[in-house]
Design a protein around this ligand. Sequence first.
Ligand code: NAD
Length: 290
Amino acid sequence: MKILDGKVVSQAVKDDLKASTVAWKEKGGKTPHLAAILVGSDGASETYVASKIKNCEEVGFKSTLLRFEAGIEEQELIAAIEQLNNDADVDGILVQLPLPKHFNEEKVINLIDPEKDVDGFHPISLGRLVQGLPTFVSATPYGIMLLLKHYNIETAGKHAVVIGRSNIVGRPMSILLSQNTNPGNCTVTLCHSKTQNLKDLCLQADIIVAALGKVSFLTADMVKENAVVIDVGITRVADATKKSGFAIKGDVDFENVAPKCSYITPVPGGVGLMTIAALLTNTFAACTRK
Ligand code: NAD
């Protein structure tokens, strides 16, 4: 069993981006600039945004964080997005999800200029992905593709089971794995909460991507020998032994599944770090392709 190490690969991606940014600026290019919007003070969202900002600094990007109280009016958020859309210095815009309940997330995401949609959540980005056109690919599935590529995981002709059909993870993941690319060319089964024979399907899978948000859902009896297992899940579980008071848990019962796998991602230290590396890659592309 080998670990698909998000720490190592995300660092390699960031080192490349840092060097590319220096080279780009030497040629007279502008500093890539990511703007993040955070509404409210959800603990996990605070952590994710802080990490994105810190990673921008690491690779030499500029970043801007716009913070709003949870109770702001929709119009105020709309105005902020429009201002960022019109700001020529801003290359990428992300709105940290989830938004407080009184917002319509779909409406808010649809306001982001697709040319700056570095999270890849806009319907135009997803539509272009479906058609195999160049686009901003949603950062988490994109990060997983970078991880598969780095480790030269053979995917062509393999059966991949993706568990979860969200627009930001499961569905784009299923599309990417089915495309005529490398990695790609898998035969993909997309499973969800109404799938009836999930265990049987998983047992046929060469590659399993678990993205449902249920701690230790994928157990050893659902995984065939030598499968590649990608754990997307991030759930905070109370843990008094940790300084933070919680531990981060994935969707895979790592301890028992890992011995059966050819490759597996850990949580933490796997997909989460790759998501940020992919976001930075999209931001650099947004800046340099103009
Ligand atoms: P979501 O809640 O939008 O979607 C969950 C999906 O799982 C749904 O499509 C649902 O049909 C499916 N599902 C639920 N129960 C199921 C079951 N019993 N059997 C089969 N399918 C089932 O979640 P999401 O936004 O896609 O996120 C999924 C997980 O990934 C969460 O833990 C989230 O925190 C995590 N996540 C991690 C990253 C990262 O960078 N590592 C990024 C995004 C999301």
